[in-house]
Design a protein around this ligand. Structure first.
Ligand SMILES: Cc1ncc(COP(=O)(O)O)c(C=O)c1O
Length: 466
């Protein structure tokens, strides 16, 4: 074997604690002779005899070099079916929808356009924070998140969304999803009823189920969540009042008030997920539930997945004082406090007015895309579809007209074959019969591809209609 192979084998055996090397003396099997001080890990290790493991490591390495010079062979975890998840997880795993591969023209829901994001500015801000954090004393921080970011978020959501919060009320999370997880951990007793919107946001529904809740879908009509249909025993109500997901309907003021009254009467907590309403295209929106609430019944959840990028995993939760210690403890037990450099970079991004500027610019572009889709839906697809009125967000929904007997799954399948992705409303339904319609996002589709995409979609409707 080459010298290199032997050197790598030695390194690996030393790293794993089987050998011990002393400069000028040589390399010894660790722990086998009084002359060798075994590596500390040896005292803990309960592995196979050093000789056997050593031979296996050398042999593994020899194989690796044949296929992939210079790199270790990727090692697989031991197989077998000894470990199984709790039964609760089986339907949750089955319900996961695999991300379909992208098509040339992609009206998928829930993603912003990365091309609109000021990446160079972000890179500069992150670079700066990495220099700073490198000289900061190492250690764990506040579970609520970086103080500068909490202050920036409180000011920002106060101005942009009329949310009433000070820096102490903000808990920075890894996206809205972690905020929902923390709330669930702190509030859901096993078997407790959690009400969610139907149709609604699948990751929320599945998360609450995974935490042992009995999740009940509550219908949504033209005014939003139907408060009269809420199950009396619900401990938590999850809702998207600004831009119902995925229908798009804003919750009316009457419903907002009714929901808060209901929560007060039933001792329930309302989660207000305000995931994408910074992109709004109409008049000033209604007050969030959080600012209408006088009794601390609302947990407001925000996300930077649409206004920035989903991969940054940044979001936040506005915590009522009564739940704060438990939520902070849950955050600490989950991941201590998230990542520091991007939190600090985001604080500066907000404080320097760069977030507002980015949102303003992106809103103009998204508004143009949205207009083009809505106009086409009304003028060319009107025989089959009826758009749901909405005034915010990054997607629109159109319902299949009740008198139409078209198979929408077939239309969607044909479109996919022709390299156009559109989503089915049925995929957002947790109950049968699923509502029929299309959900079309305009974050992932550049403006110049909208018209060709709509033309293809129209042809698919015509073909499916025969
Ligand atoms: C209803 C809803 N809530 C929240 C989010 C954002 O989740 P996160 O902040 O975890 O990326 C999305 C993203 O698509 C969403 O549709």
């Amino acid at each position: 074997v080459s010298r290199n192979t032997v050197a790598v084998a030695y390194d690996r055996l030393i790293a794993e604690g089987f050998l011990s090397a002393r400069v000028g003396a040589g390399t010894f099997v660790a722990g086998s002779s009084g002359s060798v001080v075994a590596a500390p890990s040896m005292h803990r290790r309960q592995g196979p005899p050093a000789g056997t493991a050593g031979r296996q490591a050398v042999s593994r390495h020899r194989h690796a070099r044949r296929g992939e010079p210079g790199h270790g062979e990727p090692r697989r975890a031991p197989g077998g079916g000894g470990a199984t998840p709790r039964p609760l997880w089986r339907p949750i795993v089955d319900a996961q929808v695999a991300m379909a591969p992208p098509t040339t023209i992609d009206f998928r829901v829930g993603v912003p356009d990365p091309a609109l994001f000021p990446m160079q500015t972000w890179r500069r801000l992150i670079g700066r924070e990495l220099r700073h954090t490198a000289i900061d004393p190492a250690g764990y921080g506040d579970p609520a998140g970086q103080a500068a970011l909490r202050t920036a978020i409180a000011r920002h959501v106060g101005l942009s969304r009329s949310v009433r919060a000070g820096a102490d009320d903000i808990l920075v999370t890894q996206g809205a999803q972690q905020a929902l997880d923390l709330i669930g951990r702190v509030l859901i007793e096993p078997g407790a009823t959690v009400a969610v919107e139907e149709p609604g946001y699948r990751p929320a529904r599945l998360l609450f189920r995974s935490l042992g809740a009995r999740v009940v879908g509550v219908p949504v009509d033209g005014e939003g969540l139907d408060v009269a249909a809420l199950p009396a025993g619900a401990r938590l109500v999850y809702t998207t009042p600004s831009h119902q997901f995925p229908l798009g309907t804003p919750m009316s003021l009457a419903r907002r008030t009714a929901l808060l009254d209901w929560a007060e009467r039933h001792g329930a907590i309302v989660i207000e997920d305000d995931y994408d309403s910074e992109f709004r295209y109409g008049d000033r929106p209604l007050e969030p539930l959080q600012s209408l609430d006088r009794r601390g019944r609302v947990l407001y959840v925000g996300s930077f997945s649409k206004t920035m990028l989903p991969g940054l995993r940044l979001g936040f939760l506005v915590t009522p004082a009564s739940l704060r210690p438990a939520l902070h403890a849950a955050k600490r037990l989950t991941d201590y406090h998230g990542e520091v450099a991007s939190q600090r970079a985001l604080a500066r991004f907000i404080d320097d007015g760069l977030l507002s500027r980015h949102v303003r610019r992106a809103r103009r572009e998204y508004g143009a895309r949205r207009e083009e889709i809505l106009t086409a839906l009304a003028e060319r697809f009107g025989a089959w579809l009826e758009p749901v009125p909405s005034a915010a967000g990054l997607h629109v929904c159109a319902l299949l007209r009740p008198e139409v007997t078209l198979d929408l799954a077939e239309v969607i399948g044909r479109a996919r074959q022709a390299q156009v992705t559109v989503e089915s409303l049925a995929d957002y339904c947790g109950q049968e019969p699923a509502r029929q319609g299309l959900v079309m996002g305009y974050g992932a589709v550049p403006r110049e591809l909208i018209e060709p995409g709509l033309r293809t979609l129209l042809r698919c409707f015509q073909d499916a209609a025969g």
